[in-house]
Design a protein around this ligand. Structure first.
Ligand SMILES: NC(=O)C1=CN([C@@H]2O[C@H](COP(=O)(O)OP(=O)(O)OC[C@H]3O[C@@H](n4cnc5c(N)ncnc54)[C@H](OP(=O)(O)O)[C@@H]3O)[C@@H](O)[C@H]2O)C=CC1
Ligand SMILES: N[C@@H](CC=O)C(=O)O
Length: 359
């Protein structure tokens, strides 16, 4: 049996669903010769430790027995154990937490991240972290950074590493904005009410402005560009933000939430301008040859693939030399706790395949 210990940072929408999926899939793991446990779960202030792995009562246990912690103390605690394969799972959206990655890797942790921040740091820092991974022979997996549970990162990486020339990637990269514009186009609701619905369904980032400002789509575009070994930075992405300047990220989330109805009038006007067969879509585009990275709001015909999207579906059109004018298309739920957590579990299995018994 290969035994893997997961230390889970972040027990919100994705993290809590991940715990339940790990607990429920024990039999399937055993059939693959894997023993996968989560001995430590943490939010931003509290850690709950159960050496043999948390069970169905983890929520109550976390409340009853959780204790304040520092990341350094967790690393020291893990070092006292004779655990063979240790993986830090980053299911936070925190920029600060990413500052711990190097320390974690140097202390024997592999990393799996749903959090996109590490992959969108300044290019030098992105490169530096890859050097640290190489030096310490540790894995870093992040399939859910783009398209949640959809196999987008791996597909782009495989095409590029096999020598295929990827010329363009275009599509609806955001599950929450897909849901927002699908619902807003179809239903007679205020834009702000539709954003609230997307939040309640767990599609948005903890701060929904990260989606509405285009930052989340810009991050995804950059992550894919970097898989193609393009050395862009976030500032190179041209972004059309949907957040008015007076509610931008310099104000608090609470102020934004209290004033979110300020967005309604503009979107009502945009909707009124649409022809009967048109819908609004928020798209990302990377044109490798023209060196364009762009995030923008466009009108699409309802019968086109992008215009016909439903629910929180994302759609990625990947144009390459061999595929010619007909792109390779990946489509499906682009946000949501269940699909994202499953994508993280898939990364755990992929990691288990990569590490040998004594690594
Ligand atoms: N939702 C989705 O569909 C998808 C999400 N993702 C990514 O998954 C990540 C998590 O999203 P989601 O679950 O929706 O977010 P939530 O806001 O629901 O959960 C975030 C969790 O992270 C914890 N946290 C915040 N800062 C820290 C820290 N410094 N150390 C430890 N824990 C911390 C929070 O704890 P506390 O409550 O104490 O603040 C909370 O438990 C994000 O990076 C998101 O981009 C990726 C693909 C799809
Ligand atoms: N907020 C994101 C979640 C997944 O990355 C999105 O809406 O796509």
């Amino acid at each position: 049996m290969k035994k893997i210990q997961l230390i889970l940072f972040g027990i919100g929408n994705v993290g809590s669903t991940f715990i339940n999926q790990i607990i429920q899939a024990q039999k399937v793991f055993q059939q693959q010769g894997l023993e996968i446990e989560i001995p430590i779960i943490l939010n931003s202030s509290t850690a709950f430790i159960k050496d043999e792995g948390v069970d169905e009562n983890w929520k109550a246990n976390f409340v009853d027995f959780g204790l304040p912690y520092q990341v350094e103390e967790i690393i020291d605690y893990v070092k006292t154990k004779n655990w063979q394969h240790i993986v830090a799972i980053d299911a936070t959206a925190s920029s600060e937490f990413v500052n711990n990655y190097t320390n974690l890797v140097e202390n024997g942790f592999h990393i799996i991240a749903a959090n996109k921040v590490a992959n969108t740091l300044a290019y030098d820092d992105y490169e530096f972290f890859r050097e640290i991974l190489k030096e310490n022979k540790k894995q870093f997996l992040y399939e859910t950074n783009v398209g949640a549970g959809l196999p987008v990162v791996e597909t782009i990486k495989n095409l590029h590493q096999s020598g295929e020339k990827v010329t363009k990637i275009r599509g609806v990269f955001s599950g929450s904005l897909s849901y927002i514009f699908n619902t807003f186009s179809e239903e007679n609701k205020n834009f702000s009410d539709v954003v609230a619905l997307a939040e309640a369904k767990g599609f948005t980032e903890p701060d929904p402005r990260v989606d509405l400002s285009g930052t989340d789509v810009a991050r995804k575009l950059l992550i894919l560009a970097r898989e193609l070994q393009l050395t862009y930075n976030l500032e190179d992405v041209k972004v059309k933000s949907l957040v008015p300047a007076h509610l931008a990220e310099t104000t608090s989330v609470t102020t934004f939430q209290e004033n979110i109805t300020d967005l309604d009038e503009e979107f009502q006007l945009l909707k009124a301008e649409l022809n009967e067969n048109e819908v609004l879509r928020y798209i990302g585009e990377l044109d490798v040859e023209k060196e364009i990275l762009e995030v923008k709001l466009v009108k699409e015909q309802k019968e086109n693939p992008l215009g016909a999207l439903q629910g929180a579906d994302s759609l990625f059109e990947i144009y390459t030399e061999s595929y010619g004018n007909q792109p390779l298309v990946i489509q499906g739920a682009g946000a949501g706790a269940a699909v994202t957590a499953r994508g993280v579990v898939s990364d755990v299995i992929k990691l288990a395949e990569r590490i040998d018994c004594c690594n």
